[in-house]
Design a protein around this ligand. Structure first.
Ligand SMILES: Nc1nc2c(c(=O)[nH]1)N[C@@H](CNc1ccc(C(=O)N[C@@H](CCC(=O)N[C@@H](CCC(=O)N[C@@H](CCC(=O)O)C(=O)O)C(=O)O)C(=O)O)cc1)CN2
Ligand SMILES: [Zn+2]
Length: 754
């Protein structure tokens, strides 16, 4: 076996410590900089990022984890699997972006959730006519770049099994794994070239194997790695899994000649000792959580590592997954209180933990005793901090949970609501946000820097609300929204106002492409010191006689898009957030708001990867939503909104939410979701999105009308609502106005046919 290593991470963030890549890429798209300038920014970020990892002390550094958009798209390029429709774009970089974002004439690849994270990947399309062909230029050039900087580089590539399992079969019902034998020669070629280029290790990522897999799939994976590991010209293979346990896939894969296994010992609990073949392999132990931001318990991590040493010869320390999912460094946060800061570890700090643990393993714990002492001290102040145990929050929650959290039967509620609202059939509405123009973001940036004061900021946002209300009246929509201009993000906005959360200033994490989020840190018991949305909503309502929807984010989504406590069950945190949202619904109702939407777009996202864990999750998540929404009168309509999902596995839970109206992404799944909903006896209001807001295209009156007629086959007219499939914040104002004009016209057309 080649030289081994002792410390690494499975991948690192790439957007830039200050989102340099986002800015450069968006500038390139806008035509403000050229491709050379964009490449220069990318190269500097890569070289600095790798040098940082080396200087922090890692003795194996992942490369090819950089991406201009997404690692699955990069793998599609590597394997020659871009769809035919982008072939007409001559320039490779522009072709790549065309596949990612589409053009005026080319539809982009679909985007979907990367396992149970808030990262989204592009779904490669593989059809019977796809002819795979290797294009290793990206990984080879990133490897060469790193080696020339003297970095112990380990190329990272998504493995063939995960690539196929996560891709979409087009024009065939044949499972894509049947294409494995076409891919293996390409991977073999790639491994040969990487070895020749100087790589001693290659990391092949196979996270798809931590989900429920059939025996056939596991056998296909085993056979694939048997074949790859039988090659003579190749680097040592590190087969990396993360986000859970490999279970029965682990012994199967360990029976091959693959040299190393990276296992997630935070989200997973594979028993390494029970797989005898691992004794002679490198085990890369993911003991530092790559997905959350808490400082590691070094003592417990070291004891896990010590136990492993009893059963394996060679051991390396790592993060549980790529650091893509956490911010770069805590150093970029000026405003964290001292106690909270001592409990946290972002990307750089996690790399240091990995190095500390590796040093403890190789040179004894005494050599890094100071680090261990600091970690111990932090754990003890965290445990004792009063913010984590607020008796009044806990008492109130227990009391509310002891009273009933159900509402009257839906039919009774509908009667009470209809009387108050008197809406036409097929009521039209939108999901909440209107375009977040740069004018809005610049105002918020100016408030941050002190260039304008709070009063001026509120004036400007109110002017935006007034414009959005006027537009909706002009378009003749039935249920209006205030447009959410005051919200930087639908989760962060609430976290900033709730006790128990810390909102970072610079903790950016990539969500997809150039879009980033700053997940708030939920560290303590949650309470709502004051009203959060009532002033904005009542202001909007004061401008119109039509109903304005209150607009809140639900507890499950707030948790899904935050870094959450690891010292209590997620269900307990969900209920605390739910109680705060419930307080807000009650205040909105008291202020005269008759419809309150509580968004849960991430309901599907937190669904556990293994089926056996899903029931318990659905129980507590539905429970938290009902806790949040059952404090209001029967005459107050509760709406919810879901998106970004394949709803299959949660369809029963959607009925369980018991919302009076559910708007749901459906423009791309052609109303299938309506049939699924009827199959679980769903008999509440529903607004299947009638156009796809993820594209700038303006839908015609005819196509919207046609999809409404379709929907009416599955849903009686009394229950059908008309709306886009998500909020409009990422769209431009011109296309939004045109699209909504057509939406209202289509609704009127179909109403006239009733
Ligand atoms: N948390 C979260 N997760 C989610 C979604 C979501 O909406 N929120 N939607 C889904 C898809 N993911 C998305 C994630 C991000 C964005 C998005 O638009 N992000 C914005 C940032 C939003 C934000 O936080 N805006 C802040 C900060 C904006 C900013 O960058 N300001 C400039 C200055 C102003 C300017 O020059 O524009 C700066 O700080 O430098 C604000 O409005 O205040 C972006 O990357 O551009 C969209 C969808 C799933 N997951
Ligand atoms: Zn949505």
């Amino acid at each position: 076996m080649t030289t081994t290593f002792t410390s690494t991470v499975l991948g690192s963030p790439r957007i830039g410590p200050h989102r340099e890549l986002k800015r450069a890429t968006e500038s390139y798209w806008a035509g403000r900089i050229d491709a050379d300038a964009l490449q220069a920014v990318a190269r500097d970020l890569r070289r600095q990022g790798l040098a940082d990892l080396r200087d922090l002390g890692l003795d194996s550094v992942p490369v090819n984890t950089f991406s201009f958009y997404d690692q699955m798209l990069d793998t599609a390029v590597l394997l020659g699997a871009l769809p035919d429709r982008v072939a007409s774009v001559a320039d490779p970089l522009d072709r790549y972006f065309a596949a990612a974002r589409g053009t005026d004439t080319i539809a982009p690849l679909e985007m979907t959730k990367w396992f149970d994270t808030n990262y989204h990947y592009l779904v490669p399309e593989i059809s019977p006519s796809t002819t795979f062909a290797l294009d290793p230029s990206k990984v080879l050039s990133e490897l060469a770049e790193a080696l020339s900087d003297g970095i112990a580089a380990r190329p990272v590539v998504i493995g063939p099994v995960t690539f196929l399992l996560l891709s979409k079969a087009v024009g065939t019902d044949e499972p894509l794994l049947s294409r494995l034998e076409e891919l293996l020669p390409l991977y073999a070629d790639l491994l040969g070239r990487l070895a020749k280029a100087g790589a001693s290790w290659v990391q092949l990522d196979e996270p798809a194997l931590v989900g429920d897999r059939t025996d056939e799939e596991i056998e296909a994976a085993r056979a694939a790695y048997e074949q790859l590991s039988a090659l003579s010209e190749r680097p040592s293979i590190l087969l990396a899994s993360y986000f859970g346990s490999l279970r029965e896939a682990l012994p199967a894969l360990a029976s091959t000649d693959v040299e190393g296994f990276a296992v997630d010992l935070v989200a997973g609990q594979d028993s390494i000792g029970s797989v005898p073949e691992l004794a002679r392999k490198l085990v890369v132990a993911g003991v530092v959580d790559g997905r959350n931001i808490w400082r590691s318990d070094l003592d417990s991590a070291l004891s896990t590592l010590g136990a492993l040493l009893g059963s394996v010869d060679t051991l390396a320390v790592s993060t549980s997954c790529s650091l893509l999912h956490v911010p770069y460094t805590l150093d970029a946060e000026a405003d964290v209180d001292k106690a909270l800061r001592s409990w946290l570890a972002f990307g750089t700090e996690k790399v240091k933990e990995v190095v500390t643990l590796a040093t403890a393993l190789t040179q004894g714990r005494e050599s890094v005793e100071d680090e261990f002492a600091l970690a111990r001290a932090a754990a003890s102040t965290r445990k004792d901090d009063r913010r984590l145990n607020d008796a009044s929050v806990r008492g109130r929650l227990a009391a509310v949970l002891n009273s009933a959290t159900g509402r009257a039967p839906a039919a009774e509620r509908r009667a009470a609501q209809d009387e108050l609202l008197s809406l036409p059939p097929l009521p039209t509405t939108t999901i909440g946000s209107y375009p977040q123009t740069s004018k809005i973001r610049i105002a918020r940036a100016a408030l941050r820097t002190g260039e304008i004061d709070e009063a001026e900021y509120v004036n400007r946002m109110r002017a935006e609300v007034a414009e959005v209300v006027a537009l909706q009246e002009k378009l003749d929509l039935d249920v209006l929204v205030h447009g959410e201009p005051e919200r930087n993000d639908m989760v962060q906005y609430f976290a900033e106002q709730l006790d128990g959360f810390f909102a970072t200033a610079n903790g950016w994490v990539q969500s997809y492409g150039t879009r980033c989020v700053r997940p708030p840190i939920l560290y303590g018991d949650v309470s709502r010191p004051k009203q959060m949305t009532v002033d904005w909503i009542t202001y909007a309502q004061s401008l119109t006689d039509k109903p304005v929807k209150g607009m809140l984010t639900g507890p499950v989504t707030i948790l899904a898009w935050s870094f959450v406590r690891d010292d209590q069950p997620l269900a307990d945190s969900a209920n605390q957030v739910a109680l705060a949202i419930r307080d807000e619904t009650v205040d909105l109702q008291a202020a005269g708001i008759g419809i309150i939407q509580v968004d849960e777009p991430a309901l599907r996202e937190l669904l556990p990867l293994r089926a056996e864990d899903q029931r318990a999750y659905l129980d507590w998540s539905v429970g938290a939503f009902r806790l949040a929404t059952s404090g209001v009168a029967d005459s107050t309509a509760i709406h919810t909104h879901l998106c970004y999902s394949e709803f299959g596995a949660v369809i029963g839970a959607i009925a369980g939410l018991d919302a009076d109206v559910t708007s749901i992404e459906a423009a791309r799944s052609h109303m299938e979701v309506l049939d699924d909903l009827s199959s679980v006896g769903f008999d509440l209001g529903v607004g299947p999105g009638v156009y796809d807001i993820h594209s700038p295209r303006v839908p015609s009156v005819d196509e919207i009308a046609e999809s409404l007629r379709e929907a009416l086959k599955a849903v009686p007219v009394e229950r059908l609502w008309v709306n886009p499939d998500c909020g409009l914040k990422t769209r431009g104002s011109v296309e939004v106005e045109a699209s909504l004009r057509n939406l209202v016209e289509a609704a009127k057309l179909v109403r006239a046919e009733l």
